[in-house]
Design a protein around this ligand. Structure first.
Ligand SMILES: NC(=O)c1ccc[n+]([C@@H]2O[C@H](COP(=O)([O-])OP(=O)(O)OC[C@H]3O[C@@H](n4cnc5c(N)ncnc54)[C@H](O)[C@@H]3O)[C@@H](O)[C@H]2O)c1
Length: 340
């Protein structure tokens, strides 16, 4: 099996590439290294089954060429997270909408099945007890760039469904909720690597608001095999699946666990929202996945505890040779509780 992974040099992409190579695939990575890094592929780089092409999904020639050489595609390349899109709205929208349509068109034309990575951000401000796949989306104004990541990923899903319905594209959508693990960069606002980095450096852990906002974190080691299983399950085609952690945790509690597990004596500093965010920024109080659909179809049952996730991120940081992993700009910290 020859598999294309767009965004394969990213955090999740790097883990997915490792998994696919281990199961015997030949893997072609297409990545422009905008937020990814070849260091995310360092464990696979000498594998004879790996080929890396530095190029953009915005380049239809590169996309057509790459899709034409494979049997299936995992499309992960994206401008990821609210912070990046707020800072670079135009380029991010182009990547996430036009880039994805290039992939959808090439897969349709060449009759290649596709797994599309979407996000829990699409549910926006819906804080329902458990968000099922048909839950309503509650988004703020399209003129607030905070919502355009969710808007663009929503358009991607609608495009994918339309190509499936009208042209028979074999596409499966996964909506990932706060996926965490070694090699995730803190500088794009991801809360776990940010707080673990602060703990290891002996800096106070900055938690925004009252810290009672909650998230459900999942380990990349649970998510990647589930993504691959869904891509290999014919009954999943044409549908979307939540993939998230099972346990809800308040960010303040998360910070305490991080201090305990890393043995850090850093304290926790609560930062009021109006200091942490641009005026008008809206954070979600909670976001809880209903994983029932994936559980019923593929037996999805993520087991990695939050303590093990924290320990894995800390070990990854301590072993990292990548200076970047240690960089946490203040801007990165500023949006940490909201990204997914
Ligand atoms: N990490 C999470 O918690 C999470 C949650 C929900 C959804 N997702 C989705 O999972 C996917 C992977 O996210 P990640 O966390 O690994 O982020 P990441 O930033 O590490 O990976 C994205 C990759 O896409 C590449 N890329 C960006 N623009 C590109 C372009 N124009 N052409 C080619 N490559 C390009 C980047 O260089 C990077 O390697 C994304 O689609 C994201 O929306 C992630």
């Amino acid at each position: 099996m020859r598999t294309l992974v767009t965004g394969g040099a990213g955090f999740i992409g790097g883990h997915l590439v490792e998994h696919l190579l281990e199961q015997g695939d030949e893997v072609l990575v297409l990545d422009d290294l905008s937020t990814g890094s070849l260091s995310n592929l360092r464990t696979s780089r000498r594998h004879p089954g790996l080929e890396v092409e530095i190029g953009s999904i915005l380049d239809p020639v590169a996309v057509n060429d790459a899709v034409g050489r494979v049997d299936r595609v995992f499309h992960l390349a994206a401008a990821v997270g609210v912070k990046l899109i707020v800072e670079h709205p135009l380029q991010s929208l182009r990547t996430n909408i036009h880039g994805t349509e290039n992939i959808l068109m090439a897969c349709t034309e060449k009759d290649v099945p596709l797994l599309l990575a979407s996000t829990s951000e699409i549910y926006g401000k819906n804080t329902a007890d458990k968000l099922s796949e048909d839950a309503d989306r509650i988004l703020g104004s399209p003129l607030k760039s905070r919502w355009t990541y969710a808007a663009a990923k929503g358009i991607d899903e609608s495009f994918a469904k339309a190509y499936h319905d009208e042209h028979g594209l074999q596409v499966t959508i996964v909506r990932l909720f706060n996926t965490v693990g070694p090699r995730q960069k803190g500088r794009y606002g991801m809360v776990v690597p940010n707080l673990v980095g602060q703990a290891l450096r002996g800096e106070p852990l900055t938690v925004f608001g009252d810290g009672r906002q909650t998230r459900c974190f999942s380990s990349v080691n649970d998510i990647v095999p589930a993504v691959v299983r869904l891509a290999e399950t014919p009954a999943a085609v044409g549908q979307a699946f939540n993939l998230g952690g099972q346990h809800e945790i308040a960010i303040l509690h998360l910070a305490s666990r991080i201090l305990e597990i890393t043995g850090s004596h850093s304290g926790i500093r609560l930062v009021p929202y109006d200091q942490a965010y641009a005026p008008g920024y809206e954070d979600m109080r909670r976001r809880v996945p209903d994983n029932a659909k994936a559980r019923e179809l593929i037996g999805f049952d993520p087991q990695t505890s939050i303590d093990d996730i924290i320990a894995g991120v800390a070990a990854g940081l301590l072993n990292s040779v990548d200076e970047d992993d240690w960089v946490m700009s203040q801007a990165g910290a500023d949006l940490q509780v909201a990204t997914s």
